[in-house]
Design a binder for this molecule. Structure first.
Ligand code: NAP
Length: 315
């Protein structure tokens, strides 16, 4: 496994993390605790030490599974636990309360990274009110580091300017070979400022693995309504991107998922956090690092991605 510093801190996190939304057992379909434990155990065995969960994943269930597995496996000192507070709970008192509840569900003394899951879009809580609470949590030892997620650049800058004694160390945003809007302004800013980009849906929820097509769309989970899996988009993906991914997979002796994750890792400060349905997927995803695509192949993949015409207007 390769490691990278979280933001400008001295905390080392693995170049590939583990997303724990799947453990919630709702959006992604049923998920048994035993599988979650196996997935976490395998991830840590392979050197993955960064686990991302959130209060909203299964309304606390994912946090409970992560905490319980870490306890039962006795691996607390080997993992960096990141969780998130939803944008609806960004008032000062609610931030404090939500963080303590997450800490309880996780069963840890301190949350390593607490992220604001999305901006307080329809609540109009002033950003400095929220950041003041986050800073208080650091001072009280409830959390170690502060991160944001899905914040536009301007709001991230405003949030940073509110902080007096702490820094925002990470920004978690959607980033994969199909969805690259972050490159337009946020990613260059994060690279300049030494803020880690934690890439969510790094496999485009499985769309870059070549398993799905307009004739074979995923069923029984949130992907039924996910724009990327809209037939016209899947057609673009399967005709223009997947053939290049598959060709590179066979050239490098890797799988399509590993090629897609390696393309992300080739960006200096990017840490993908693929979710996993089972231990075999974790093994595969951990194998996405320890090697690199050549510059030529990186550019080829980027060009294939550039040629995609994707729309979110699906009805
Ligand atoms: N901050 C945010 O707003 C936000 C939003 C979304 C996600 N996240 C975080 O990011 C994490 C990852 O994103 P995500 O779960 O949305 O999507 P993802 O990681 O892009 O895709 C995960 C799905 O891809 C498939 N998969 C995983 N590994 C595979 C492999 N090696 N080969 C083939 N298929 C594989 C699995 O589904 P199938 O096997 O069923 O195809 C799995 O459920 C989440 O778990 C969560 O922690 C954060």
């Amino acid at each position: 496994m390769e490691y990278i510093n979280l933001g400008k801190t001295s905390l080392k996190i693995s170049r590939i993390g583990l997303g724990a939304w799947q453990f919630g057992g709702d959006a992604w379909g049923p998920y048994e605790y035993g599988i979650a434990k196996e997935v976490i155990g395998k991830a840590v065995e392979l050197g993955i030490n960064f686990i991302d969960t959130a209060a909203v994943y299964g309304r606390g269930r994912s946090e409970e599974f992560v905490g319980r597995a870490i306890r039962e496996l006795g691996i607390r000192e080997h993992v960096v636990i990141a969780t998130k507070i939803p944008g609806d709970w960004h008032r000062y008192d609610d931030v404090l309360k939500a963080a303590r509840r997450s800490r309880e569900r996780l069963g840890v003394d301190v949350i390593d990274l607490l992220q604001l899951h999305w901006p307080a879009c329809w609540h109009n809580v002033p950003i400095c009110e929220t950041m003041k609470a986050m800073e208080k949590l650091v001072e009280d030892g409830v959390i170690r580091f502060i991160g944001v997620s899905n914040y536009p650049l301007q709001l991230l800058e405003a949030a940073r300017s509110c902080l007096k004694r702490s820094e925002i160390v990470s920004s978690q945003n959607r980033y994969n070979l199909i969805e690259r809007d972050i490159e337009k302004e946020l990613l260059p800013y994060l690279q300049r400022e030494g803020i880690t980009l934690i890439a969510w849906s790094p496999l485009a929820k499985g769309a870059v693995t070549g398993k799905y097509s307009p004739e074979n769309r995923p069923k029984g989970d949130l992907r039924e309504n996910e724009p990327v899996f809209y037939p016209d988009n899947l057609r673009e993906i399967t005709t223009k991107l997947i053939p290049v991914i598959k060709e590179l997979a066979s050239k490098y002796g890797k799988t399509p998922a590993q090629i897609a994750l390696n393309w992300l890792v080739m960006h200096d400060n990017v840490v993908p956090i693929p979710g996993a349905k089972n231990a075999a997927q974790v093994v595969e995803n951990a194998g996405a690092v320890g090697w690199r695509l050549s510059e030529d192949d990186f550019r080829r993949l980027t060009a294939a991605s550039n040629s995609l015409v994707i729309t979110y207007v699906t009805w």
